[in-house]
Design a binder for this molecule. Sequence first.
Ligand code: 5AD
Ligand code: SF4
Length: 462
Amino acid sequence: MAGNSTHLDLLETDPLATGGRVFISTYGCQMNVNDTERMYALLEMANYTPVDSPELADVIIINSCSVREKPVHKVYSEVGKYKKLKDKKPHLRIGVGGCVGQQEKGQLIAKSPLIDFVFGTDNIDLLPSLVSRSRAIDLELPQREQKLVEAQFQHRAPYHVETLVRKPGVATFVNITKGCDNFCTFCVVPFTRGREKSRPLQHVLNDVRELTKRGVKEVTLLGQNVNSYQSECGADFADLMQTLARSTDLLRIRFTTSHPKDFNAKLVEVLERNQPKVCEYVHLPFQAGSSRVLELMNRGYTREEYLEKVQMIRRIMPNVVFSTDIIVGFPSETEADFQDTLALVKEVGFETIFAFKYSPRPLTKAAQFEDQVPEDVKDRRLQELFAAHDAQAMPMVTKYEGQILEVLVEGYDQNRGNLHGRTSQNKNVFFLGSEDLIGKLIPVKITKAFPATLRGEVVPPQ
Ligand code: 5AD
Ligand code: SF4
């Protein structure tokens, strides 16, 4: 296609210019997966069809995450893999979004001629217009850098977006906050996702009611720190939970991620009042077991305060299951600090841990700290941590054997030939049964526990 071709020229050579097939490659957490879902839904409204392979696509988007790994490098190497496709199909457009798009902006286009457009975490709604602009005319550098980059934070704009889920299924996710103001010293999120904003309670409520009309029985409320949710009308997170539990047809409510410093007694009371609708599962990252390290991390709580929160939650939900995030090898972490982390894991008894080696992130304070811990020490600590957790995790799940647990049936697994669903404690259970059970809460007797899943059989009605 010539550099000065017009929109009409393009329509003659490329009948898909006003629509086509789109593939999105996603890295990162549930928040990013949800963003991808929103991108697909927006593009579908603009006449695009999602496909599940880059070879079939007219537009490829990489939705990147930069919380932990070396993300920029990963993006360039993925883009490089599409070079042959682009040689074959000159009309193919490649875009980069998410955290890397936010951070690198036009530099991505300057460094890789294969990249056509870039957008940030706060500009997802501009995606359809960005894609069509990029397809309408074949811009050369540096015009692409000027015209096809949308990566400005919308600091003043309220967070007013409706939940877009194409096929919601039985259980789905609903964003309630975006961004983060906590500035933990290791974390890039405040820089890649901007200031914390909450959606109005009424919007969340309307979305959930719409979703339940489409068959949804369970939602997980999503945010970097759901506990600091604050609606324009004055409602806090506890009020939101209470409203959703009382005024919708949901069978179950989950939420993630919780911040220990903001998990308060009012919320605990609401959780107690709304059992069993509110699930007995709390993801409560502690990050480090030493109060000295926690202070350097700017987490806003001590080891003792964390343990008090755990006890406060356990008092009202004795069967609650905790999972957590942990970082090993934060700058200046000593062997004694690390032992505090191991001891905390043992003391709380987490069923699942998500543990990571500290990795310096651009713009964050900790990246400037002296006393960075050598890589081999981080490796060893991570392995020790996983080994310590493995040793205690199995007895925690074998205790389910013989128990009758309530399972929300989510679907049929073709590969296993089984129904599957989750317990309130977020354990995946597989069992035989007919598909008309999908969407129902049923009692299942657990016959065998594996590290990550349970097998069971449906308890027939008496
Ligand atoms: N290095 C390692 N782990 C990190 N996390 C966030 N930033 C970093 C970093 N720089 C982990 C934290 C957080 C989870 C989402 O990712 O444990 O809770
Ligand atoms: Fe990052 Fe801390 Fe915010 Fe979580 S609370 S997103 S770790 S800054």
